[in-house]
Design a binder for this molecule. Sequence first.
Ligand code: UFG
Length: 323
Amino acid sequence: MRVLVTGGAGYIGSVCTELLCDRGHEVIVYDSLWQGHRSAVDPRARFIQGRPFEPGNIATMMAEVRPEAVLHFAGDILVGESMQNPGKYFRNNVACSLEFLEAARAQNVRKFIFSSTAATYGHPEQVPITEDAPQRPVNPYGEAKLMFERILTWYHRIHGLEFVAFRYFNAAGATERHGEDHRPETHLIPNVLKVALGQKPHVEIYGTDYPTPDGTCIRDYIHVVDLVEAHILALQPGICGFYNLGNGGGYSVREVIAACERVTGRRIPAVEKPRRPGDPPRLVASAARAMRELGWKPRWPALEDIVATAWAWHQKYPDGYPD
Ligand code: UFG
């Protein structure tokens, strides 16, 4: 299948490109490299450097590439930044995504797969969270992702476009070649591993007074390869709609740090800090729908196994990608 991967130089997009190439798909990566790394793009894929804000350039690219499916990973991902600069999130995650969607529709692309987020649920009333739980985002990042989910629904109803929107919980882990290298890095597991590598003196714990057993936030960590496998399954014809992707188990910030200590065999000092604005206390997925309808089954549900793959990557590439 000829597949366009936007954001293929980023964390999840680069892993997806690797797995699609492994299975013999023809992959075209489109990435602005504002955040991604050129060296993260699998050499088996064709690379096109995007300039998203020039009107018409996405439509021109789509007409030239003529993919059968689009996997749209490109986007901004920082909840905190979205509280400071909401316009960036509505522009890049809604307006720019719409350019890709409209261009895909014009080329009769069969399937559009979109990276949505658990942040569309806001502060959930119940965990594990099912797909029909109320969506009340508490930050512009989640709001923008929800707006685009709704746009997808209308394109399906009106144009018959088949879409899948995956609501990611906390992606973590690595393959041998591709791992997590955000600059700046705000995510918990890579920050803890940087302490284990001796690159930082301690990890900061954002909030110890949450209504959870140890007072720190609980998240559902999912191996990036398991996450990507769901996207590959979703390429099958007839799969359409919204799916959570998580393991259905939650780990607190302190439990993550303890797991990283066990995996690395190194002590990881932590400093308690105030809460980070916009963090819900507990996000845990029910991924029963993905399992039932896609036949998806995570292969690395255990946190220590996920951390071990991230640790192997960080040890191999202590400074991340060269660019
Ligand atoms: N945390 C710390 N110290 C750190 C980094 C994070 O204590 O140095 C805490 C956070 O406050 C949070 C937890 O660890 O409670 C996880 O934080 P991450 O930044 O790793 O991930 P988030 O849960 O904030 O966000 C991630 C993605 C979002 C996505 C969300 C959905 O980055 O894009 O998961 O659950 F929307």
